[in-house]
Design a protein around this ligand. Structure first.
Ligand code: PMP
Length: 365
């Protein structure tokens, strides 16, 4: 028997029971599975960035508090006066920090379903109870069900993705406010898709002392840097900072993000193009027979159809990688998620999908 088998008693059964977060190899594919921005940096910015990064002292530990970057983020992202940000190695790490810091025995983390899977996974990692409240069939927020669950479970932490992943819709702000007001603990409004959405809770922070607003640079065009940030009442940031590992943001990410935030207009312009492409894709997909296309305020579109499995396989055979949600959650049966790509990538998706649908309609039953 190897050590792994022999030492089963020291392992945690809840870790044995889950599968690691799977990321498929996308080399050679049009990559529309992970909500990345399809555009790179303009050449002039690239070379200036290269110059800046060559000056970084790789032999030294990073600034543990990343104060230059924090100040730039506060300015660029509209963080309210008197509020600061805490940084994470992606917002994934911030979700983990929040949960770790509040995982008293018996504490509950509440989220809606379907939503971002890391909320539930991280609750499991840190030993919190997890309460998942189903969305309505149209993926809108069932606010009364959430309020009822809050009343019985008294969660320490509530996560609401705003807009939601994987459904793409943004919940009604009034409903989110009712949840913040009713929650006995903290409510995290996860604005990972903020660049593509029409509302934000960032300006509302001073009104709600139990509100945390979380964002990431990943969807804005810097997924490779791994940089997430969150803002909340200063006392809470001081508290969460105790759990953060000292050098969680490496020197290259700090230098690159500090420099690139001076050029935020480049990323904002790319986000505007992505929003335009989103509405073009939405219109074209909605015109295809047999598809239910869900409105999105994010940089992806959720589509539901019969035979999603075959559609996914056909797109893959044509070197297009999207996210198959069918099978991931009972409410996502028949669902596929398309990240909005460049105009050329979106054209290719529409062509392959259109062809596949046409052939199936022609096929004898
Ligand atoms: N929150 C939501 C709602 C997401 O969809 C994602 C990424 N898929 C994240 C957080 C994590 O993003 P990152 O770790 O890249 O900042």
């Amino acid at each position: 028997m190897n050590t792994f088998d022999a030492l089963k008693p020291i392992r945690r059964p809840e870790i044995d029971a889950i599968a690691a977060y799977h990321v498929p190899d996308a080399s050679g594919y049009i990559k529309l599975d992970a909500m990345e921005n399809p555009y790179g940096l303009p050449p002039a910015l690239k070379s200036e960035l290269g110059q800046r990064l060559s000056e970084v002292m790789l032999n030294r530990y990073p600034d543990p508090s990343a104060h230059v970057l924090r100040a730039r983020l506060c300015k660029a992202m509209g963080v309210p006066a008197g509020y600061d940000v805490m940084l994470g190695n992606g917002s994934d790490e911030l979700i983990q920090i929040l949960a770790l810091a509040l995982a008293r025995p018996g504490a509950t983390l509440l989220a809606v379903e379907p939503s971002f899977v890391m909320y539930r996974m991280i609750a499991g990692f840190v030993g919190m109870q997890y309460a998942g409240v189903p969305l309505r069939d149209d993926f809108s927020l069932d606010v009364d069900a959430v309020l009822a669950e809050i009343a019985t479970k008294q969660p320490a932490l509530v996560f609401l993705a705003y807009p939601n992943n994987p459904t793409g819709n943004r919940f009604a702000a009034e409903d989110v406010i009712r949840i913040i007001e009713a929650a006995p603990g903290l409510v995290v409004v996860d604005e990972a898709y903020h660049a593509f959405a029409s509302d934000s809770f960032m300006p509302r922070l001073p009104q709600y002392p139990n509100l945390v607003v979380m964002r990431t640079l990943s969807k804005l065009g810097l997924a490779g840097l791994r940089l997430g940030f969150m803002s909340a009442h200063p006392d809470w940031l001081t508290y969460f900072d105790k759990v953060r590992l000292p050098y969680n943001i490496n020197v290259l990410s700090q230098a690159a993000a500090s420099f690139l935030l001076d050029h935020i207009d480049v990323f904002n312009a790319q986000a505007a193009t992505i929003r335009q492409e989103r509405s073009r894709l939405f219109t074209a997909l909605s015109a295809m027979p047999g598809l239910t296309v869900y409105p999105s305020e994010a940089n992806f579109i959720l589509v539901q159809m019969a035979d999603a499995e075959a559609c996914y396989a056909e797109l893959k055979a044509q070197h297009i990688l999207i996210k198959k949600l069918h099978g991931a959650h009972p409410m996502l049966s028949g669902c596929l998620r398309f990240t909005v790509g460049s105009p050329e990538e979106n054209d290719r998706v529409l062509a392959v999908l259109g062809e596949w649908i046409a052939q199936r309609q022609l096929a004898p039953v």
